[in-house]
Design a protein around this ligand. Structure first.
Ligand code: HEM
Length: 80
């Protein structure tokens, strides 16, 4: 609606969390995802170093945000 994206800035994109919820996004999966994303970025000469760094920071934050969401999901599903 044109306002600042405060919710998404604080909580991440809710759609992204939802789209990942069917998959096991574990700590190990995040490390692998991040490793391959880094390799992909390194292999392209078309993105400048500063932008690459900014993207990597965003990817790391988002990847571990998704891991946290996944851990919460498992906790909710635990049988008492
Ligand atoms: C942390 C480890 C991650 C794992 C294991 C993972 C895994 C997956 C999988 C299995 C899919 C579905 C692919 C398909 O439908 O064929 C997916 C979709 C997607 N992922 Fe990830 N992902 C990870 C992190 C991220 C991060 C950090 C981002 C963004 C920075 C991201 C962005 C997306 C997007 C945009 C889609 C497509 C969503 C859609 O269909 O609407 N993922 N991911």
């Amino acid at each position: 609606m044109g306002g600042p994206a405060l919710y998404s800035e604080r909580k991440g994109d809710p759609a992204l969390t939802g789209r990942h919820s069917p998959f096991p996004v574990t700590h190990q999966a995040a490390e692998r995802w991040f490793y391959h994303m880094e390799k992909a970025l390194e292999s392209t000469p078309y993105i400048d170093a500063d932008s690459k760094l900014k993207m990597m920071k965003f990817f790391r934050r988002t990847a571990f945000f998704l891991v946290a969401g996944d851990e919460l999901k498992n906790e909710n599903q635990r049988v008492p």
